[in-house]
Design a binder for this molecule. Structure first.
Ligand SMILES: [Zn+2]
Length: 337
């Protein structure tokens, strides 16, 4: 069996949890396993825990299914050639040689890329974007990240930093964003921003059971699950704040479509996974209202993620397969497996 067709272990390394699974050449995921990241324990401990989880997935595959590579989606900036995590604020990492450290522990080739970029790649290769040439992915979580596919490939840009769509400024008088600008879409519609606005709405006197629910869950954060519950209960504060975020995302989506005319705009991340069409339908409606050309609207799909939480795993594996194929094409090595 060639390396390209072998099994790849895909990893989604998040700030709170890590998800690992085995991915075959068709993008099918098996043996998904998860663990908490515990970033506060430091990089060494996190890498040890990640390696242990990868080993468990490898053992679950059994000896007849060799692993061609391990590929990791990382929440931050990555030097993909050196295999180094430049900066991952959610992990508290700066210049961590993750690929080399994992290779040492696992004895396998390890590839890295940014988590949102691999998630978008996953949706393009094996999800809603399959077969499309132009696609935009918008991942809404604690921040908003994204990726742009042009001519079937992830668009890298002149400096390799394309796709930072979360910092598109949509309201110069809007709230301050952590990047220093004002009114970025991330500062208006990320889960963090929704929580901030929700607390303001409640302080202003709108009725809500949000604070009680957040407390009951024992977390300090508004989760996608709580958002889902509040919307189902028609919680006044949540309904108002959420609709406003969807409106901002709709206008932002119109900008994306007016600029790129993509075949698909896919929304991913916790809220989109959880709410699906309930999240996306109002965004689509607002986007359509602001399009310059309203011709053939069915040819520009605005949809929720199909792969859900395994999108980064599938995409990371896809990326590794491409890189192995490229390496194989240049060195022409043969492997038996
Ligand atoms: Zn910003």
């Amino acid at each position: 069996m060639s390396e390209q067709r072998g099994t790849i272990i895909g990893v989604d390394l998040g700030g709170t949890k890590m998800l690992v699974g085995a991915v075959d050449g068709q993008g099918k995921v098996e043996h998904v396993m998860r663990d908490l990241t515990h970033a506060e324990e430091g990089a060494e401990a996190v890498i040890d825990r990640l390696a242990a989880l990868c080993r468990r997935v490898r053992e679950a595959l059994g000896p007849g299914r060799p692993v061609a590579a391990v590929s990791v989606g990382v929440p931050g900036g990555v030097d993909i050639v050196a295999g180094v995590v430049d900066k991952a604020p959610n992990l508290g990492w700066v210049d961590v040689p993750l690929a080399a450290e994992l290779e040492k522990r696992l004895g396998a080739r390890v590839f890295l890329d940014n988590d949102v970029r691999v998630a978008v790649l996953g949706e393009h290769a094996h999800g809603v974007g399959r077969g499309t040439k132009t696609m935009v992915g918008v991942w809404v979580g604690t921040g908003i990240g994204g990726g742009v596919i042009i001519d079937g490939k992830l668009h890298q840009g002149a400096r390799g930093v394309a796709g930072e769509i979360g910092h598109s400024m949509v309201d110069p008088r809007g709230p301050k964003c952590k990047c220093g600008n004002r009114g970025c879409i991330e500062a208006l519609a990320s889960r963090t921003s929704i929580e901030r606005d929700l607390r303001v709405a409640i302080a202003d006197g709108l009725k809500s059971s949000a604070l009680k629910r957040i407390k009951k869950k024992g977390r300090e954060q508004l989760t996608s699950g709580i958002i889902d519950r509040l919307l189902s209960d028609e919680d006044p504060a949540m309904m108002k704040v959420f609709a406003r975020a969807q409106g901002a995302l709709g206008r932002f989506t119109a900008n994306l479509i007016n600029t790129l005319d993509p075949e698909v705009v896919v929304f991913g991340g916790g809220i989109a996974e959880r709410l699906g069409e309930r999240f996306v339908a109002p965004i689509r409606e607002v986007a359509h209202a602001h399009l310059l050309s309203k011709r053939d609207l069915d040819r520009v799909r605005v949809v929720a993620t199909q792969l859900g939480e395994v999108a980064p795993i599938v995409g990371a594996a896809h990326l590794a397969r491409e890189r192995l194929a490229r390496a194989g094409a240049t060195t022409a090595t043969t492997t038996s497996g």
